[in-house]
Ligand binder design. Structure first.
Ligand SMILES: Cc1cc2nc3c(=O)[nH]c(=O)nc-3n(C[C@H](O)[C@H](O)[C@H](O)COP(=O)(O)OP(=O)(O)OC[C@H]3O[C@@H](n4cnc5c(N)ncnc54)[C@H](O)[C@@H]3O)c2cc1C
Length: 474
């Protein structure tokens, strides 16, 4: 085991991809195996030291950053234990990109295909991460077959999918745990907000997405599928947002079984890509599609682009042009962040998804603020999953206050529409107030009750999902 106590060495563990700046930690434990994980958890329990689990550090909500106590980093638990036609067994610190490359060698594919591939598989499991193809395949949850975890009380548990289910009263009973699932139900849409809860749910789904609050995941077994068929990317530049929903519903109806990705970029987003892609037409919005590559499909897409009077259509079919269009998609968040960092402006970013039948209403709600608030906004993302990131860039105190009010209004609206306040990024240490709005005090109490079963002293992942002080009040 490596132990880092020098603050210079610890600093890099006190950041992730969020703006969370209150990180503090006395030491970082880096175990080499599961026995050492147990040893560390037990020792922290004996001494009452809070312990935060650190993965690849790509999270966007401060989840891996402790405010006190120690860190346990799984970076050296990074072995691909086995990989075959159907599944792989991975230690939690396996870097997703390394695993994807191994799968590719045997012509297999891991469908969650997380966008940020420097993340660890344990981090992806803890946040139920989504990826480039979650429109088609769903998020991480669907592909996790088994989880091994050292609970907050130092017990090793192994939870396979399909073995432990909630009964009709919501009770899950095993030889190592007995609990009642939360009284709320997770909306049946893209969602990474709080502990998962559904009728007759599988215990493994409680652990997936629990953001490091129940224990240290040491190993996961994941499902693989065959390597994907050849695909092309197409970007259609539409003259305005006027017909975006008509277009959206039509392509979802006509192309659903052949699409892998369906994304949207508004006019403001395209502005941030103009330097890299000067040929972007003026005054338009864009749909980004990845599809199975057949001549027939390509022709159908070209027909639809004519019908909607696309200002331009770009196709990435051969490897070079395909990669260029992938860059188009990846560059946007990078460019936006770099631009506003330079101006010292902190973005306020929403991660809301709603059921399809309410999606149009949510977008109209966002657009009212884009028009009336005077704050610069950018709207882009996973339109195929009714999940667009609405970003606000307030420039002064007045706008900052207004942006916070807008955030709250959008959260209220999303909840009233049956949506989630976090579709993919999770809650971490940043979004508790909105989680509380979504599930109410009872929902939070239910989560704390479950946390205490796995972690009686409330030491693991402290302040993730809910403030630690609530654990001790209950
Ligand atoms: C450019 C960029 C793009 C991104 N795009 C997406 C996207 O499209 N979709 C998406 O969902 N996310 C996205 N993310 C967010 C991020 O990649 C995911 O949340 C990812 O799953 C975090 O994994 P990590 O290993 O980096 O975890 P960390 O950031 O280290 O930790 C995240 C949380 O998981 C917990 N954790 C980590 N490992 C374990 C473990 N072994 N046991 C228990 N708890 C653990 C931590 O305590 C923390 O609460 C993006 C991030 C970046 C920087």
């Amino acid at each position: 085991m490596i132990i880092k106590e020098n603050q210079d060495e610890i600093l890099s563990y006190l950041e992730d991809s969020s703006n969370f700046k209150s990180g503090k930690c006395d030491r970082v434990f880096i175990p080499e195996n599961e026995d050492e994980v147990v040893e560390i958890v037990n020792s922290c329990n004996e001494k009452n030291i809070p312990l935060t689990v650190s993965g690849g550090g790509t999270g966007t909500v401060g989840g891996r950053i402790p405010t006190e106590g120690s860190i346990i980093s799984v970076e050296r638990l990074n072995r691909i234990i086995s990989i075959d036609e159907k599944k792989a067994v991975l230690e939690a610190g396996t870097i997703v990109n390394n695993f994807l490359k191994e799968a590719d060698i045997i012509k297999k594919f891991y469908p969650p295909f997380p966008t940020e591939r420097n993340a660890f598989i344990g981090g992806n499991t803890s946040t139920n991460a989504s990826g480039e193809y979650s429109f088609r395949f769903g998020a991480t949850r669907r592909y996790i077959l088994k989880v091994r975890m050292v609970t907050g009380s130092g017990k090793i548990i192994e939870v396979p999918r399909g073995k432990y289910f909630a009964d009709t009263d919501g009770i899950i009973k095993t030889d190592f745990v007995s609990l009642k699932i939360p009284s709320y139900r997770t909306p049946p849409i893209k969602c990474s907000a709080g502990y998962f809860s559904a009728d007759r749910m599988d215990l493994i789904d409680l652990i997936i997405g629990s953001e490091g609050t129940l224990g240290v995941i040491t190993q996961v077994e994941v499902a693989l599928i065959d390597k994907l068929p050849d695909r092309f990317i197409m970007i259609l530049f539409l003259p305005s947002e006027e017909k975006m929903f008509e277009f959206l519903w039509q392509v979802k109806k006509d192309f659903i079984s052949d699409m892998y990705t369906l994304e949207f970029f508004d006019r403001e987003s395209l502005f941030f890509l103009k330097n890299d892609f000067p040929e972007i037409p003026d005054d338009c919005c864009a749909f980004y599609i990845e599809s199975t590559d057949t001549t027939e499909l390509m022709e159908k897409w070209l027909e639809i682009s004519e019908k909607y009077q696309a200002k331009d259509v770009w196709v990435g079919g051969d490897p070079k042009s395909y990669q260029r269009l992938i860059d188009f998609r990846h560059k946007l968040p990078e460019n936006i962040n770099a631009y506003f960092r330079k101006l010292n402006i902190t973005k306020i970013s929403l991660d809301i998804a709603v059921p399809e039948n309410n999606f149009r209403e949510l977008v109209a709600f966002y657009r009212k603020f884009s028009k009336e608030s005077g704050i610069r906004t950018v709207l882009f993302g996973h339109i195929g999953e009714n999940h667009l990131h609405f970003n606000l860039f307030p420039v002064d105190e007045r706008e900052k206050n207004l942006a916070r009010q807008i955030y709250l209004s959008c959260v209220e609206k999303a909840i009233s529409l049956g949506g989630t306040i976090s579709a993919e990024h999770g809650i971490g240490k940043i979004k508790y107030p909105y989680l509380r709005m979504m599930y109410g005090d009872n929902g939070i109490r239910d989560m704390i009750r479950i946390k205490k079963i796995f972690d009686p002293k409330g030491l693991i992942g402290r302040d993730n999902l809910f403030p630690a002080k609530l654990i001790f009040e209950q």
